[in-house]
Design a protein around this ligand. Structure first.
Ligand code: FAD
Ligand code: NAD
Length: 475
């Protein structure tokens, strides 16, 4: 016998669990099904983000940054420490503790909001019906629902030429769990994961070589931001090789030989670990029965309209498994918007104001369009930038690196994009997202009082610089 719900949510990541909680808050009888397990085989809500993504990577980034600062930056403050060492086991158990507390927090939120949780693998079959099987493949539940929200997320792309062996050739999950610092790491892909996890292990003492197929570094970012970031990463010892195409991989006695071409020449590197970080793909294999009617594209993404409606009425899809950036906050916003729509409200996600953050040191953050994109679209713009080196706070912190750039429409002065590289820009970007959300002009930002001394003064001065009236900048 099947149990009926107002809403069945498949996936307990930032898209699914947030959608389920919002549905329940809106009075809808909701069940969420998620298959993720922890190392002990128990259910672990929160999806990629909490289990093997945003949270564990930020925990390791923080630990490794403290270690790096102690080794390389504290001396400038007159602080000296002898025999500094890293206890990888302790670092990993701190990270695992954070993951455990946050994932079990979602289970508590479900209880508090009366969301029913089922641990298992779900499949959408015909007639708004969802079946669930356990890890042995046995059918445990059948649900019918007025609405189904699909939030299955994504998994790492595996390259045919170097399949994961989860030992010497790993994906991001493997790279979050090394039990010691490898001597030499080869990373395939200089994208977000390659740079963040490359930074972690480089700061802890590994030699890190990143092989990137494209000729451009961080092509999606503002070119000046990418240039400054590349300069800083090089100083830190990250060896990023652009236009590098891996041709073959050979494993022998625990070492991996990577053969790659760069232009016309062939090169080899012998490393202890390879991290493959060449993107993620939608986790839709086995999710949809052939007669359920939900359409996916040739890469497996679930096809949706602007409002996350699939090809079948009252079946919705959100997050990494649909078009748009693969970001936790984008997934969650879509989840909330769909819940509101189901309850008869007006859900809304503004794709023009989705912030991007890369949590390296310096951090990189942006929102809106780059100058290159605006040029391509024929939109006239003006821009102003301001270096952190000219702010008292960044100097006091011993981190006078990077800058903020504000880009505004030449005629209306409306802010069209903000691009940053520097200390704590992951936090500074929110002010700019809000400004864009409120359709602010660069003058609005320039007229806003920013506390002194703060890093946010760089945002203020960059806005002033749009009209060439920055106070603390020469020229
Ligand atoms: P997911 O989080 O992938 O959740 C989907 C859930 O559905 C999973 O638990 C999965 O097991 C479950 N599921 C799938 N199929 C089924 C099924 N058939 N039945 C039952 N359950 C199913 N994004 C950021 O915004 N900021 C960051 O700092 C950041 N850092 C990252 C670092 C790393 C190393 C990685 C890998 C990713 C990072 N991301 C980050 C991306 C972020 O994790 C994803 O964008 C986000 O988790 C997507 O949310 P989602 O709910 O769409 O999918
Ligand atoms: P990515 O798309 O950011 O980067 C992949 C990189 O690999 C690209 O630069 C690409 O040109 C390169 N590449 C592809 N094939 C290659 C090959 N055969 N050889 C060499 N290089 C190759 O993907 P990712 O770093 O795997 O991250 C996946 C997703 O996870 C991202 O899209 C991002 O949305 C999300 N994520 C976000 C954050 C964050 O918000 N801070 C952190 C980690 C991950």
């Amino acid at each position: 016998m099947s149990e009926n719900f107002d809403v069945v949510v498949i996936g307990g990541g930032p898209g699914g669990y947030v959608a389920a909680i919002r549905c329940a808050q809106l009075g809808l009888n909701t069940v969420c099904i998620d298959k993720q397990t922890n190392a002990k085989g128990a259910s672990s809500l929160g999806g990629t983000c909490l289990n093997v993504g945003c949270i564990p990577s930020k925990a390791l980034l923080d630990s490794s940054e403290q270690f790096h600062k102690l080794n390389h930056q504290f001396a400038a403050h007159g602080i000296h420490a002898q025999s500094v060492s890293i206890d990888v086991e302790k670092m990993q158990s701190r990270k695992n503790g954070i993951v455990k507390s946050l994932t079990s927090g979602i289970a508590q939120l479900f209880k508090a909001n009366k969301v029913k949780f089922i641990h298992g693998t779900a499949k959408v079959v015909a007639d708004h019906t969802v079946t669930v099987v356990n890890s042995d493949g046995e059918l445990t539940d059948t649900f019918t629902a007025q609405h189904i929200i699909l939030a299955p997320g994504s998994t790492p792309v595996e390259l045919k030429s170097m399949p994961f062996n989860h030992n010497t050739i790993v994906d991001s999950t493997g790279a979050l769990n090394f039990d010691r610092v490898p001597e030499r790491i080869g990373i395939i892909g200089a994208g977000v994961i390659g740079l963040e996890l490359g930074s972690v292990w480089n700061r802890l003492g590994a030699d890190v070589i990143i092989l990137e197929a494209m000729d451009k570094f961080l092509a999606a970012a503002d070119p000046q931001v990418s240039k400054e970031a590349a300069r800083q990463f090089k100083k830190q010892g990250l060896d990023i090789r652009l236009g590098a195409m891996v041709q073959s991989v050979k494993e022998e006695s625990g070492k991996v030989t990577l053969t790659y071409t760069k232009g016309d020449s062939e090169h080899q590197e012998v490393v202890d670990r390879v991290i493959v970080a060449v993107g993620r793909r939608p986790a839709t294999d086995g999710l949809l029965s052939s007669d359920c009617g939900v359409i996916t594209d040739d890469r497996g993404f679930i096809e949706v309209d602007d409002d996350c409606r699939t090809s079948i009425e009252n079946v919705w899809a959100v997050g990494d498994a649909v078009r748009g950036p693969m970001l936790a906050h984008k997934s969650s916003e879509e989840g909330v918007a769909v819940a509101e729509r189901i309850a008869g409200g007006h859900g809304h996600v503004d794709f023009n104001t989705v912030p991007w953050v890369i949590y390296t040191a310096p951090e990189i953050a942006w929102v809106g369009k780059t100058e290159a994109e605006l040029k391509e679209e024929g939109i006239e713009f003006k821009s102003g930038s301001f270096p952190f080196a000219a702010t008292g706070r960044a100097k006091a912190m011993e981190e006078p690196i990077g800058f903020v750039k504000v880009v505004a429409d030449k005629n209306t002065d409306r802010i069209l994009g903000v691009h940053m590289v520097g200390p704590h820009v992951s936090e500074l970007i929110s002010e700019c997202v809000l400004a864009m959300e409120f359709r602010a002009s660069s003058e609005d930002l320039a007229r806003t009082i920013h506390a002194h001394p703060t890093l946010s003064e760089a945002v203020h001065e960059a806005a002033l610089a749009v009209e060439k009236r920055a106070i603390h900048k020469v020229g």
